[in-house]
Ligand binder design. Structure first.
Ligand SMILES: CSCCC(=O)C(=O)COP(=O)(O)O
Ligand SMILES: [Zn+2]
Length: 212
């Protein structure tokens, strides 16, 4: 067994505080029902602060945030990290610039994932809000939000995500019948991307309803 690399407890307190404040707000919107969803923040090059599995995400305290290494192994704790830890660490490992990963289960995200699982992506085009995604300076672009088949095997899901990342730059993906992953360089950017996807998916669902 490898000796765990120590981390700065003050940095953990800072990251945990950021997660707690933001996730309470997301939870109040109804995006984390029934203990679903998970959240993480990069602490340094080797440590990730992430939610403990199974906790009520609307009532997070510091005791509900733990540390894992980039392989998802718990550091200096016997707690069990999110069942979906691998989907977080794969992003941190691959992209050193990623600082925050947010996963939610809103109704809009879940319904959209079911409707667009067939084509395997949601085509988002013509919206001013597309400028919310970092790197986009005009609404005259389109974004393909991938939709992956769900699996209880995180290695299967992570392999699918890796294939997508080989092909395209992206700030998030949906999992069929499950929810949305979104990320950014820090918490505000990850949150902006998450909110933009939620809003744009809501628009697409509303348009489909009106066009019926
Ligand atoms: C009750 S939700 C099922 C698991 C899930 O999808 C999720 O997001 C929460 O899992 P965690 O282990 O992170 O609590
Ligand atoms: Zn989930």
């Amino acid at each position: 067994m490898n000796t765990p690399v120590p981390y700065d407890p003050q940095r953990l307190a800072h990251c945990a505080g950021e997660i707690i404040v933001n996730v309470r707000e997301l939870s109040a919107l109804g995006w984390t029902p029934a203990t679903s969803s998970n959240f993480s923040r990069r602490m340094d090059e080797q440590h990730i602060a992430i939610t403990v599995s199974g906790r009520d995400k609307g009532k997070l305290t510091e005791a509900d945030i733990m540390v894992v290494d980039l392989d998802g192994e718990p550091v200096a704790t016997a707690q069990k990290s999110s069942a979906e830890t691998l989907l977080h660490t794969q992003l941190y490992k691959r992209f050193p610039e990623i600082g925050c990963v947010l996963h939610t289960h809103s109704k809009v995200q879940t319904v959209a994932s079911r409707l667009y699982a067939g084509p395997g992506h949601v085509h988002l085009e013509g919206y001013e809000l597309l400028k919310a995604f970092s790197g986009n300076t005009t609404h005259e672009i389109s974004v393909e939000l991938p939709v992956l088949p769900n699996s209880q095997d995180m290695h299967t899901l992570a392999a699918q995500v890796d294939c997508l990342l080989d092909r395209q730059a992206m700030w998030g993906y949906l999992i069929d019948g499950h929810g949305l992953y979104a990320w950014g360089r820090d918490m505000p950017e990850a949150r902006r991307h998450l909110e933009a996807f939620e809003f744009l998916l809501g628009c697409e669902l509303e348009l489909r309803r009106l066009q019926r």
